[in-house]
Ligand binder design. Structure first.
Ligand code: GRF
Length: 197
């Protein structure tokens, strides 16, 4: 069974979508551990409610990345999902888990990505630019922000009277569909790779 480690910083609604997809057998995997850089992240509570180890790592005092790698190694994860995770992960981390880290971004990359483009900022920029279409992207993570190979995108219409908050909500709904679908694709790739060797 593929083991997934999920890194969060906030409410963890994408984490919940992944947990539910595992529970409903939509994806053949289990969430082995949830790590957050925020002690009060509601996503830690969501993990505890599903009897998943929930680990808070203080980013200030110690090197968050080193500690997170330790926890992920102990949990023997095969894949890592960044889900509303707001720290930049280190080169050591991306090298160690090359092609095994996914992230979800609330826009159609490569547009509206990169440093500072997270949360409501993304939707403000999309509306400011009078875009007619937005959406979300699940992509592999490499050393650059929002730069890795795209796995899957979901499009969302931007409506005339959309506020950034309304658009964010509509995009978030698609994120909850996109992440489990992307995981299904990546897990299939992993099985095919192992079968062919
Ligand atoms: C949201 O802005 C979402 O678009 C992005 O991370 C933020 C929080 O998501 N992916 P979550 O509810 O913590 O998963």
């Amino acid at each position: 069974m593929i083991k997934i480690g999920v890194l969060i910083s906030g409410s963890g609604s994408n984490l919940q979508a992944i947990i539910d997809a595992c529970k409903n057998k939509k994806i053949n995997a289990e969430v082995a551990v949830v790590i957050s850089n925020k002690k009060d992240a509601y996503g830690l509570e969501r993990a505890r409610k599903s009897n998943i180890p929930a680990v808070f790592i203080e980013p200030k005092v110690e090197d968050f990345n080193k500690k997170a790698i330790e926890v992920l190694e102990k949990s023997k994860v095969d894949l890592i999902c960044l889900a509303g995770f707001l720290l930049k992960i280190s080169e050591e981390f991306t090298r160690k888990y090359k092609n095994k880290i996914l992230n979800i971004h609330p826009a159609l990359l490569p547009n509206y990505g990169g440093y500072g483009m997270y949360g409501i900022n993304v939707h403000k920029a999309v509306i400011q630019a009078k875009e007619k279409v937005s959406g979300c992207t699940v992509h592999f993570v490499d050393e650059e922000y929002d730069n890795g190979k795209i796995v899957l995108q979901k499009k969302v219409e931007v409506l005339e009277n959309d506020t950034p908050e309304i658009l964010q909500k509509r995009v978030l709904e698609q994120e909850h569909i996109a992440y489990p679908e992307a995981l299904k694709i990546v897990i299939k790739m992993i099985f095919e790779k192992t079968k062919n060797h």
